[in-house]
Design a protein around this ligand. Structure first.
Ligand code: HEM
Length: 462
């Protein structure tokens, strides 16, 4: 297949530096991508071997990709390389098949349904902090992963995964490691038995085992609990046929993984930012104390926990758990005034746009207050898009926002976390943005915090 040569090319590095550029991009995309925008502007092109990519960083152009011309694109090559993991699940499937599956899963994510998960979320967070003691040192990221994993398993699959949490964590690490070096990922076929590929294959098998257990147990129980798993099991095609086991597995594993890793990352980065910004942390505590007064939070408290919400919004601005997205053009299309031929890639990075000084003052600073007024309304639609946009927007958006708010409120009310000096906290841009070496933190019970347990007030720390 020939390489498409567009008539009018946007700026970009010169052909002599393409190899070096690709290496820089693969090695450190978080530094390299903002630099591309600074050097060349809102739409930049480059060729990697026989593949032309366009980096699109203006909110209006992003809207053209995700909304206006969304039918002219499919998901990018990195996600497609992960098909052995996600199969034909919601994240990776396309066209009519995707639409049918999306409609099937949607009821589990309607606002009314999602709010019914709030108590479970708080209960699990309570259970986690009951294990924490003042002065403990823990990997906070591992703790957040365990918590959000338990929550997604319970709410959407009515399953307990307490025993498997560590194995799921290890499996995800292997998969994210495989996806953290784009160069190797693009150049090495997934069937080649490299150590990384072998680790990812073993990881996928482990996850399969867990998800097949959910499916078999539910089938055997013959119960319809009305959750996502029951909806998938009950689904029928027009001709009355059911989803195959493989399809059930693909949908279940997609939501199982997409539904916990991202939210865990959002919370992990939030703990890091709070530890680094004591003034913000103090304001958060003041709000929690005044709204909750030591009570366990519930769904009804969320509208009053405005600053808590802004803390999460701001944390996902600086450390978007989905830090970048990719698309492949399946038709010729025009974006930002430039023709993009069929077969080319488009890369959109939340990491870059969320830190653009044109949309955010002092963009590198963690300032939840910036969301106080009507900033969200004033911003161009795609200047802040942690959940993507258009028809492929995150299905778990409301679930995640509610969960992050409730978990932050439940935990921060009782504890603060202090980063352990000397432990490197390094963002690893894989499919998601996760801390490469975890986040080690010391847990400190909040002074004077009083909890109301079974109706009686008791001091837990002073
Ligand atoms: C802070 C947490 C989350 C973030 C930042 C996030 C981000 C995203 C983004 C950016 C996309 C679009 C990807 C693309 O268009 O290429 C997406 C899709 C998706 N997310 Fe999330 N997500 C989060 C939580 C969740 C949760 C809690 C669930 C489920 C329980 C979930 C399930 C999915 C699924 C199934 C898709 C594919 C949707 C489709 O294409 O129809 N996500 N997510």
């Amino acid at each position: 297949m020939g390489i498409p040569t567009p008539h009018k090319l946007p700026p970009g590095p010169s052909p002599e530096s393409w190899t070096a550029s690709f290496q820089n991009y693969s090695r450190d995309p978080l530094s390299y991508m903002p630099q591309l925008v600074r050097d060349y502007g809102d739409i930049v092109t480059m060729r990697y071997y026989n593949f032309r990519v366009y980096f699109v960083s203006h909110p209006d152009f992003i809207e053209q990709v995700l909304v206006t011309h969304n039918r002219k694109f499919i998901k990018g090559r990195i996600l497609r390389k992960n098909r052995r993991l996600f199969g034909d699940g919601l994240l990776t499937s396309e066209g009519d098949f995707w639409l049918r599956q999306r409609r099937l899963a949607q009821p589990a994510f309607h606002r009314g349904r999602v709010t019914s998960y709030a108590d479970t979320m708080v209960r699990y967070a309570d259970r986690l902090v009951a294990e924490w003691k003042d002065g403990d040192e823990r990997d906070i990221h591992a703790e957040m992963m365990r918590l959000t994993l338990q929550i997604v398993a319970k709410t959407l699959f009515d399953a307990d995964v307490d025993r498997e949490a560590r194995r799921v964590g290890q499996a995800l690490e292997a998969i994210m490691e495989l996806n953290s070096d784009f160069r190797k990922l693009m150049l090495t076929p997934t069937w080649l038995p490299t150590p990384r590929n072998i680790r990812a294959t073993i990881a996928t098998r482990r996850l399969n085992k867990i998800v097949y257990r959910f499916i078999e147990e539910r089938r055997a129980s013959r119960k319809d609990t009305g959750d996502l798993l029951s909806m998938l099991l009950a689904a029928r095609d027009d001709d009355g046929s059911r989803m195959t086991d493989q399809q059930m597995r693909d949908e279940a594993i997609t939501i199982f993984l997409a539904g916990h890793e991202t939210t865990a990352n959002a919370l992990s980065w939030t703990w890091m930012l709070l530890s680094q910004n004591p003034a913000v942390e103090a304001k958060l505590h003041a709000e929690l104390d005044s709204v909750l007064g030591g009570r366990t939070p519930s769904l009804d408290d969320l509208p009053n926990l405005r600053y808590t919400g802004h803390v999460i919004t701001e944390s996902m601005r600086l450390y978007p758990p989905a830090w970048g997205m990719a698309r492949l053009a399946i038709e010729d299309v025009e974006i930002g005034g430039y023709p993009i031929p069929k077969g080319c890639g488009v890369s959109l990075a939340q990491w870059v746009v969320h830190r653009d000084p044109r949309w955010f003052d002092a963009p590198e600073e963690f300032r939840p207050e910036r969301w106080d007024g009507d900033l969200m309304k004033r911003l161009p639609r795609f200047a802040y898009f942690p959940f993507g946009g258009g028809p492929r927007q995150c299905i778990g958006n409301n679930f995640a926002v509610m969960e992050a708010g409730l978990l932050l409120a439940t935990i921060a009310q009782r504890f603060r976390i202090r980063l352990i000096a000397g432990h490197p906290v390094v963002p690893m841009p894989s499919i998601t943005l996760r801390p490469r070496y975890g986040i080690r933190g010391r847990i400190e019970a909040r002074v004077g915090f009083r909890s109301v347990v079974s109706g009686s007030a008791s001091a837990v720390a002073d």
